[in-house]
Design a protein around this ligand. Structure first.
Ligand code: PLP
Length: 228
């Protein structure tokens, strides 16, 4: 087995262990392989090992990869980086998911620019639960108002929430952030039955994220190795 296939298996095993620990089913939690800055060959190896969901942070790099891998229509491409309004068209035209939605203006542009030949663009609202200045995303209080706007845009399909909870040495604070996100996710699910995705958890905090309802963990380095 090559290194990427091996690391994918280890990542899956971590998910299984965490799911078992919190009495959840492994198949409730998806693995998003974050391939930003990594070459086509690495994605090819992950694909050959069975991986189908990939996350990209940079618009042009992501578009190049989507085009290159159009031979594999079963790949699901997730945009997970910051998005400026002048680049929305490229995301609307190429990606299956946009996970970092936090502004009405961006939502409306994506809705207008999503081609009628494609399925509606799946979107997650990015929540900045720890209110860190360095991260984008809205507060938990702002989620329902934005969700009601997105719900009226026919070319977008609201699927859930995405968050990057602050790394902290205080376990209680960390746990509170995860729990608050899970509560917000449950409220959103009650209101919008198509909502099924809580994209939360990375290598370091995967176990806690899964214990708090995460349905998708995003892992890059542990699969593809360190980035330059
Ligand atoms: C880069 C990135 C990841 C993956 O980070 P690693 O430390 O490489 O596992 C996950 N989520 C987001 C939003 C990212 O930008």
């Amino acid at each position: 087995m090559n290194k990427i296939a091996e690391r994918l298996e280890i990542a899956q095993q971590h998910i299984t262990n965490a799911a078992t620990k919190s009495q959840r089913k492994t198949n409730e939690i998806q693995l998003l392989a974050v391939s930003k800055t990594k070459p086509f060959e690495d994605i090819e190896q992950a694909y050959q090992a069975g991986q189908r969901q990939f996350g990209e942070n940079y618009v042009q790099e992501g578009v190049d990869k989507v085009n290159f891998f159009s031979k594999y229509p079963d790949i699901e491409w997730h945009f997970i980086g910051p998005l400026q309004s002048n680049k929305t068209k490229l995301v609307a035209e190429h990606f299956d998911w946009m996970q970092t939605l936090s502004r009405e203006k961006i939502a409306k542009r994506l809705n207008e620019q999503r081609s009628p030949e494609l399925a509606p663009l799946n979107v997650c609202i990015q929540v900045n639960v720890s209110q860190e200045d360095s991260k984008s995303g809205i507060s938990i209080e702002e989620v329902l108002p934005l969700a009601s706007i997105i719900a009226q845009l026919p070319r977008l399909n609201l699927r859930g929430l995405m968050a990057i909870p602050e790394k902290t040495d205080e376990p209680a604070k960390q746990a509170a952030s995860f729990a608050a996100l899970n509560t917000c996710f449950c409220q959103l699910k009650d209101k919008y039955p198509q909502v099924d995705t809580l994209s939360m958890g990375m290598s370091q905090d995967l176990e806690q994220a899964i214990a708090n309802g995460s349905t998708m963990v995003r892992i890059g380095t542990a699969i593809f190795g360190a980035r330059n």
